[in-house]
Design a protein around this ligand. Structure first.
Ligand code: HPA
Length: 246
């Protein structure tokens, strides 16, 4: 039986709650993952942890080898993936510190290796992506967020921006018109690649700033960092709670 894999984003390079039992350097047909895979126990259950941006944090969103990351996790025995993402809030109901478990995504990224179905194919495969996130895993995350009484939204569209710069106010207004509630830089192609590998995947997003133009003045990294530190401390509790339900 496979285990839960956690992909930690900005602010979650390491998971303090994890009792580390081993580290694995894997190579994949798509290159190297962002970091060693960390194997350990979380709430007494086996999990795999991967720092999306490397450990230490050094790989920008557009340079992450998403294919190698997902491939390596599956090779190492992942059966389910929870991705943790820091995001900007577009919707007024998404203030800093709020959690969102998105139920849909719009991909605004470009130039990223976004499929495993490329060369030497026996047939072309078009995955169904009507519901990009695994609904059962989403519900489990939501149940834990509710039990912990952490402010959260049970759905919303994740707009995946290219980065590494933040957006302009007009770009955020466009994303809002498109129906995006939150904006991040790493949600895609990760979700689609997980689906190609048939790995149930859900996103636990922590809002760390109002998106561009949604608050007075520029977005300041020191504000983001303060929200991130407090929020990521809660993420460990959510992940420990969810593992009990798997
Ligand atoms: N935009 C894009 N990605 C982000 C943001 C944002 O405002 N905040 C955290 N990740």
């Amino acid at each position: 039986m496979g285990c839960l894999a956690i992909i930690g984003g900005t602010g979650l390079t390491r998971l303090p709650e994890l009792q580390v039992t081993g580290r694995e350097s894997l190579e994949t047909p798509f290159g190297s993952p962002s970091a060693e895979l960390v194997r350990g126990l979380l709430a007494g259950r086996e999990v795999l942890f991967l720092a999306r941006h490397g450990d230490p944090h050094r790989i920008p969103p557009h340079r992450v080898n998403y294919r190698a990351n997902l491939w390596a996790l599956r090779e190492a025995g992942a059966a389910t993936v929870v991705a943790v993402n820091a995001v900007g809030g577009i919707d007024a109901g998404m203030p800093p510190g709020h959690f969102c478990v998105p139920d849909d995504v719009i991909d605004y990224t470009w130039g990223r290796a976004s499929t495993f179905f490329e060369d030497d194919l026996e047939q072309v495969t078009h995955i169904d992506f009507t519901q990009p996130y695994d609904e059962s895993l989403r519900q489990k995350l939501l149940a834990v967020l509710a039990a912990e009484a952490y402010g959260h939204s049970s759905g919303g569209v994740y707009g995946a921006a290219q980065g590494p710069r933040l957006e302009s106010a007009a770009e955020i207004r466009r994303m809002e018109r498109d129906g995006c509630a939150i904006v991040g830089m790493t949600g895609m192609p990760e979700a689609a690649l997980a689906r190609e590998l048939e790995l149930p995947y859900a996103c636990l997003a922590l809002v760390v700033n109002p998106a561009a133009g949604k608050a007075r003045g520029p977005i300041r990294m020191e504000d983001i960092e303060a929200v991130m530190a407090a929020g990521m401390a809660r993420v460990g509790a959510v992940l420990a709670g969810v593992i009990d339900t798997l």
